[in-house]
Design a protein around this ligand. Structure first.
Ligand SMILES: C[S@@+](CC[C@H](N)C(=O)[O-])C[C@H]1O[C@@H](n2cnc3c(N)ncnc32)[C@H](O)[C@@H]1O
Length: 151
């Protein structure tokens, strides 16, 4: 894909092996039958130990929130299901700037799907739901060294 930035600089590639996975490959990998099966459960837990900007976590979040939408019967149940989803995704990333992007991307996706749910059930968004979403995401996306287990 020419419009995907998979590398930020040659220095970062050399120093940290920072090469992001193309969306197409992420989708192919998450389409493996065993994973599709486990993605039918909102609470199945995933951890990306060298998360970068969340190539896998962001796609997992989209798929799980889409399932949450299908399984929910009203806005309240969607909010509860979305909280289960957020609580099931974890990331560790060495570089602070990547963690910041990762957290913002996860929150942005959460907000997009929450907005869809608000429209679907003709409800009202809750500030409390938004702020607990951000709290969970920030807690679960940790800056640290996944090899030295220092996080
Ligand atoms: C090959 S990239 C993959 C990023 C992401 N998983 C993806 O598929 O796009 C590897 C990432 O691991 C990070 N990294 C390197 N060493 C690490 C370590 N010891 N602990 C945690 N993250 C690390 C790099 O900063 C980089 O973002």
């Amino acid at each position: 894909m020419v419009d995907e930035n998979l590398i930020k600089s040659n220095e970062r590639v050399k120093a940290h092996g920072e090469v992001f996975t193309p969306k197409r490959i992420v989708k192919q990998m998450l389409d493996q039958p065993e994973l599709v099966e486990s993605l039918n459960d909102l609470s199945t837990t995933f951890m990306e130990p060298a998360a970068g900007e969340g190539a896998f976590l962001t796609e997992l979040l989209r798929r799980k929130l889409s399932l949450a939408n299908r399984l929910s019967t009203d806005l309240k149940s969607y909010e509860a299901n979305a909280e289960i989803v957020l609580s099931s995704l974890y990331g560790i990333e060495l570089l602070e700037d990547n963690v910041e992007v990762l957290v913002m991307r996860m929150y942005h996706i959460f907000s997009q799907y929450y907005f869809q749910a608000i429209r679907k059930w003709n409800g009202e968004g809750s500030r409390k739901v938004n702020s607990s979403a951000m709290t969970i995401i920030a807690a679960n996306m940790q800056q640290g060294d996944a090899i030295k287990k220092n996080y």
